[in-house]
Design a protein around this ligand. Structure first.
Ligand code: ZN
Ligand code: ZN
Length: 234
């Protein structure tokens, strides 16, 4: 069985990404990736209120757009498979900038509010047979931001509750998470083209959604890969 080239954290123009869903599919498909997840932001209510601007100006989604977003994801997934043989996993980044945690929910069908607690979110994802991923859990040392402070503060308690932790995000390698032997994956947190050159995940499994989810949960045939350009496959 071959290793699949994967990236499970990608933003599009549905939130604060530069590229549309189709442009993302073309970029990753032409490069030769096997599996991608599109994970646009939904933002917690308090952060929206604090911003004091309409949701349309914040480059995030709210619950009313989720159905339409899911439909766009399914259309993009069909196109990705037909054109490139690339599996597109529908996802969302539950973004809580009030308590400060970002959680990827992969392959969920119903909306989950980022206002919920971390435990409630993980439970809601599990009920939908989705995958929960703790995003960029340690300090992002290139920017000094710390958007997932809460997850790291509580990492001992939350360690095995998540299906996986982002052991690398874009250029950063969080060896503190790796050393704890948590389940891990590595993602680009793609917003613009240069972010393609970043840490990625390799999984050894069949190229279908259930096998990919099982491979993340089991986390034994998983590897990190620093992509530096060029075609992965001809
Ligand atoms: Zn994030
Ligand atoms: Zn992100």
């Amino acid at each position: 069985m071959q290793w699949l080239y994967c990236d499970f954290h990608i933003h599009t123009t549905w939130s604060d990404g530069e590229y549309s869903m189709d442009e993302v599919v073309d970029l990753y498909g032409e490069t030769g990736f096997d599996v991608i997840a599109i994970t646009d932001h939904v933002l917690d209510t308090q952060s929206i209120e604090r911003a004091g601007r309409p949701i349309s100006e914040l480059s995030v989604m709210d619950s009313s757009q989720f159905g339409e977003y899911q439909e766009a994801l399914w259309r993009a997934a069909r196109r990705a498979w037909e054109r490139y043989g690339m599996l597109l996993v529908p996802g969302v980044e539950l973004t809580n900038n009030t308590t400060r945690y970002h959680i990827l929910a992969l392959d969920i069908k119903e909306y989950i509010s980022p206002d919920l607690s971390v435990e409630q979110i993980i439970e809601a994802i599990r009920k939908q047979q989705g995958i929960s991923v703790a995003c960029h859990p340690y300090i992002r040392n290139h920017s000094g931001e710390d958007p997932s402070y809460h997850l790291w503060q509580n990492h001992e308690r939350l360690a095995s509750m998540f299906d996986a932790w982002e052991v690398a995000n874009r250029d950063d390698l969080f060896n503190v998470v790796g050393l704890k032997k948590f389940n891990y994956i590595a993602n680009s947190d793609f917003h613009e083209k240069r972010h393609l050159l970043s840490w990625k995940t390799l999984l050894r499994c069949e190229k279908n959604i259930e096998s990919v989810k099982a491979a993340i949960r089991n986390n034994n045939q998983v590897s990190l890969f620093l992509y530096r350009g060029g075609k992965i496959r001809q």
